[in-house]
Design a protein around this ligand. Structure first.
Ligand SMILES: NC(=O)c1ccc[n+]([C@@H]2O[C@H](COP(=O)([O-])OP(=O)(O)OC[C@H]3O[C@@H](n4cnc5c(N)ncnc54)[C@H](O)[C@@H]3O)[C@@H](O)[C@H]2O)c1
Ligand SMILES: [Zn+2]
Length: 810
């Protein structure tokens, strides 16, 4: 049984002795407290107590932000009705429950919490109060990192570590000495001299982030559940019954204060008058202290450091959840005193949470550019680490299994800094039985093809319908417009979707979703003020045919073809109805079709859309940019735009420089391709495979016809002597390799074909020519030897008369 879970009792009317702000007990609470406030107090106190117990077991059902909100509501309620501030209120007590798993250890001095603030404004208020109480305008302070770990109290007697405990309820904690002894950077004996007869050193046991990631990887490998975050893994690792398990975990400790100190006959060393002096002494004794702690003398410096640490939050080896500011001077600390829960001389500025709870509304799958099918979670939008998140990838079906998340779960969502948001784990304790398991589809949600792993043993499933799967097409089209490819600003992800897969919707973070189900729309409408989602007359989504069936058609688009295209998007300012009923997405979650390509929509008073009769600027700009970029971007960008597997900018540049044209790349054999610097056998094989598909060749043909650049800038020094001619080279020549012969043809505007047909203009025959020579004779095509070939290259067909050609035969 957990001591901390005993229910806080409602202060009855007869109760006297509410706790004053300063921690003392007031004579009586003469105020009458409205029953509503009482009831709320009871609710809050119970929930907070329960949450603390859950948190202590590393199984929280609330996010820290939710907990903090409840806690601050309680504090505010007690400030308004001081009679509620009874000693057993969670506002007067500290943290975690004590378990029976370890011997109870009483702290010689209570271990306190910290007052927390969430804005610079509150921080300034704290500073003003402290300065006023101290009667000073400037105070030396320490600015420290708030280490996100587990508080520990280490007792040293005559320099020897004799006891160690967790914070527990602040008075009594779990005795974890054997486990603490296994932590490598905690000295069993203090170094140097001048140790007190007894000292309680307080600090944080933490799990370094890198070690945490290694631990989780090994837990997963062993088929065990990973820890949700480093704090939980620190708590879980320290609270092991078997200290050998603790020893196997790479825990570390950093000291941030002291409790009771009893000096020997020599007394305290002279520097022992401030935090700064204390840290210097601890350092000399070999106790780990934080290298980030700084002494400051103004709040401006504090604010600078807060900004700095916020920016470099993830550069520290352990997690931090804020910055702690403390009055440096001990005498002043004593003067300021403390409440029953927190010292008045310190404050914790908390960074915005990186972990929040939200509801997993659904798990959908997304089909990517290469056909890979990726499940992703759709969540109730939530603010985390400074941005609103509603989607997070779940990578693949086995990842969904491993995480154990069910649709409908409350989940922990984590977004650390700039890192992609991640669904960490479900909050299992909050399940009510309505949650359901995600089933990986067997068919492509976009085109209906049967999904299969690309090769046996792959965890990822793929849609094999590369050509006409709308989802894959949309991704490829978006890729064509992307920065690394043709860099067409107007052809972003949203435009690509409208062109290729119009029944998808873009969410508020710019990520695309399939046209949502009616239930989802209704949910989005829940907060709405009566205005309808704008659909067709019958309420169904406006039907839209994809504009493109493959990207071959992209550069042939006309304004006419774009006439009926819409982008489904959240409501925007400029899409407001005349009646003003439509607000922003955040307010009412409306989905409206944006007539993006054609023109801005106009709303009739009844909410229906009037389609303008003229194409808008967007359409004209879009088509113009397509044409311009297609014609002007260099060959390597066109190559990247073709979405040939493994062909990125580096390989594309090398191919373009060495081979000069799409045709040259197409006809080059695999060895030749692999020999290009930065290409190699994998890319060469991928290129060969790509050019084998007819529909790929069609892309090239139609793009070329529409003016897309298919060769490097012409080298003007080489005359276009072979314009319009098809030449076949067979057998080995002295001055040319097979490829350089082809290049020589291509560079002069000719076509280098692989086989002889009636359309062949010349057949160049080298040594050991085989069947092609015979075929040429059979079809009566002109045959040239190497000299004739050189003459042809230099002077064109006029330089080799048919007579010459005949002569060569002899
Ligand atoms: N999710 C939940 O249900 C739940 C429940 C309980 C608590 N919590 C979390 O715990 C917090 C409350 O716990 P708390 O009372 O321990 O407060 P706290 O963790 O916010 O701050 C106090 C603690 O910070 C530690 N600390 C780290 N660096 C320090 C430094 N440089 N100097 C001094 N102390 C430092 C100390 O151990 C100290 O006890 C809540 O704000 C919430 O984030 C969450
Ligand atoms: Zn498909």
């Amino acid at each position: 049984m957990l001591e901390g879970t005993s229910r806080p009792r409602w202060p009855s009317t007869g109760d006297v002795g509410a706790v004053r702000d300063d921690g003392g007990v007031s004579e009586s609470s003469e105020q009458t407290i409205p029953s509503q406030a009482r009831q709320r107090w009871q609710e809050l106190a119970e929930r907070i107590t329960e949450a603390r117990a859950e948190y202590g077991r590393a199984q929280p059902t609330l996010s820290d932000a939710e907990y903090d909100a409840l806690f601050h509501e309680l504090v505010d309620l007690e400030a308004a009705h001081t009679g509620l501030r009874v000693p057993e209120s969670p506002s007067q007590t500290v943290g975690d429950p004590v378990t029976n798993d370890f011997p109870a250890v009483e702290h010689r001095r209570p271990m306190q919490s910290l007052e927390d603030v969430f804005s610079l404004e509150e921080l300034r208020e704290w500073a003003e109060r402290v300065h006023a109480e101290a009667g000073r305008t400037s105070l030396p302070m320490t600015c420290e990192l708030k280490v996100d770990g587990l508080a520990a109290n280490l007792t040293y007697e005559n320099g020897r570590l004799v006891q160690a405990a967790t914070r527990g309820n602040g008075r009594t904690g779990d005795g974890v000495l054997p486990n603490i002894r296994t932590i490598a950077n905690i000295p069993h004996r203090l170094q140097g001299e001048g140790h007190p007869a007894l000292i309680e050193i307080r600090g944080e046991v933490y799990f370094p982030v890198a070690a945490f990631e290694r631990l989780n990887a090994s837990l997963v490998e062993a088929g065990k559940a990973p820890f949700a975050n480093p704090r939980n893994s620190a708590a879980g690792s320290l609270r092991q019954k078997d200290p050998r398990v603790t020893a196997s975990r790479e825990l570390a400790f950093v000291a941030h204060g002291v409790g009771d100190v009893v000096w020997g006959p020599e007394g305290a060393p002279p520097e022992w008058t401030s935090m700064t002096g204390l840290f210097a002494a601890l350092d000399a004794w070999g106790v780990p202290i934080s290298p980030y702690t700084q002494q400051v003398s103004s709040m401006a410096e504090v604010e600078r450091l807060i900004a700095h640490h916020g920016e470099h939050r993830h550069d520290v080896e352990h997690e931090i959840d804020g910055v702690v500011v403390k009055v440096d001077d001990f005498a002043l600390q004593r003067q300021l005193g403390s409440t029953s829960r927190v010292p008045r001389w310190a404050v914790a500025y908390k960074f915005p949470p990186e972990e929040v709870n939200t509801t997993l509304l659904d798990i959908r799958v997304h089909v990517g550019r290469t056909g890979r099918v990726t499940p992703f979670g759709m969540m109730e939008p939530v603010l985390v680490a400074g941005s609103t998140v509603s989607l997070a990838t779940l990578h693949n079906a086995s990842e969904v299994k491993r995480k154990g998340v069910l649709i409908g779960d409350t989940v922990v969502l984590r977004k650390a800094g700039d890192v992609i948001p991640e669904i960490v784990a479900p909050v299992v304790d909050l399940r009510d039985g309505t949650e359901r398991e995600f089933v990986m589809p067997t068919e492509c949600p976009s085109c209906g093809s049967t999904l299969a792993p690309a090769k046996e043993g792959d965890v990822d499933l793929r849609c094999p319908n590369a050509r006409s799967c709308p989802s894959q097409l949309a991704e490829r089209v978006a890729h064509i417009g992307s920065r690394g490819a043709l860099d067409i600003e107007a052809l972003g992800e949203r435009a690509a979707i409208v062109l290729a897969e119009p029944d998808r919707v873009v969410d508020e973070s710019g990520v695309v979703l399939r046209l949502p189900s009616p239930e989802w729309i209704n949910r989005q409408k829940a907060a709405e003020s009566g205005a309808p989602v704008v659909f067709g007359d019958d309420g169904a989504p406006l039907p839209q045919e994809p504009v493109l069936s493959t990207e071959a058609e992209l550069f042939d688009l006309t304004p006419e073809r774009l006439k009926d295209t819409y982008i489904w998007a959240k409501d925007r300012d400029w899409v407001k109805g005349k009646d003003g009923a439509r607000g922003r997405w955040e307010e009412n979650g409306l989905l409206v079709p944006e007539l993006y390509f054609w023109s801005k929509p106009q709303f009739a008073p009844d909410g229906s859309i009037a389609k303008p009769s003229q194409p808008g600027d967007n359409t004209r700009k879009f088509l113009k940019e397509l044409r311009d970029k297609g014609a002007s971007q260099p060959l390597w960008r066109v190559l990247v735009a073709l979405s040939i597997r493994h062909v990125g900018p580096t390989a594309a540049r090398a191919l373009a420089t060495e081979l000069g044209s799409i045709d040259a790349i197409r006809v080059a054999d695999e060895e030749r391709l692999a020999a290009v610097d930065g290409v190699g056998p994998t890319i060469a094989a991928s290129l060969k495979a790509w050019f084998e598909e007819d529909w790929h060749l069609e892309i090239i043909e139609r793009w070329a016809a529409a003016g897309v650049r298919m060769a490097e800038e012409r080298d003007e020094s080489v005359a276009r002597t072979l314009e319009g001619l098809t030449v076949v080279v067979t057998g080995s020549l002295e001055g040319f390799t097979r490829d350089s012969a082809k290049e020589a043809i291509l560079i002069r505007g000719g076509k280098a074909a692989g086989s002889v047909s009636k359309k062949t203009d010349f057949v160049v025959v080298g040594d050991n020519a085989g069947s092609k020579e015979a075929k040429a004779r059979e079809l009566g095509r002109p045959i040239l030897d190497e000299n004739g070939f050189v003459a042809l290259l230099e002077g064109g067909p006029e330089a080799v008369t048919p007579a010459d050609a005949e002569e060569e035969q002899e």
